[in-house]
Write a protein that binds this ligand. Sequence first.
Ligand code: FMN
Length: 171
Amino acid sequence: MNILILQASPRAKGNTAWMAEEMKNAAQAAGHQATLVDVSHKKIAGCLACEYCHTKGNGACIQNDDMQQLYPLMAQADVLVLAAPIYYFTLCAQLQAPIQRMYCVGKPAKVQKMALLLSSYSPGVYDGAKAEYRDICNYWGAADAGIVTANNDEQKTDAVKARIADIVAKL
Ligand SMILES: Cc1cc2nc3c(=O)[nH]c(=O)nc-3n(C[C@H](O)[C@H](O)[C@H](O)COP(=O)(O)O)c2cc1C
């Protein structure tokens, strides 16, 4: 399967980046095609709600930023993995922007499954992010392939690595 991983932490050596890399490596080892995109270092603005896409634009977004690189990757993905740190009890803004910019196309054309990788300092801070993720899975018609969380005491551990591998094994 074609797996697209969106990594949204600005910390290149942080926990989210580590989990995203583990996901990519496990997916490739299992024979999948996996692409990891660091959306945190892309210039992706929020949706303008200008409705150009739904009127003159015929599904295209008027904003000419790095999201234009992501649209074709989103269109080809069978599996979408969202990887984000928790900021103020929810998905960080660097992930919210590309998700909300999908407004122009409605939903990724081929995505059948999604997974979520979350990093935080504290335990028990994931309800908001999980609720949003599950609503997006439903809205995009994708099955939830699994959620992995890692708080400060769990980061970069073999247990987290095994949970990521478990998701890949069931894809
Ligand atoms: C702006 C900001 C907001 C944060 N909000 C929370 C929070 O609400 N709950 C929490 O447990 N950690 C919070 N954190 C800590 C990060 O989630 C935590 O350090 C995480 O492991 C960072 O992931 P990374 O290593 O992938 O960057 C916040 C960090 C930042 C920079």
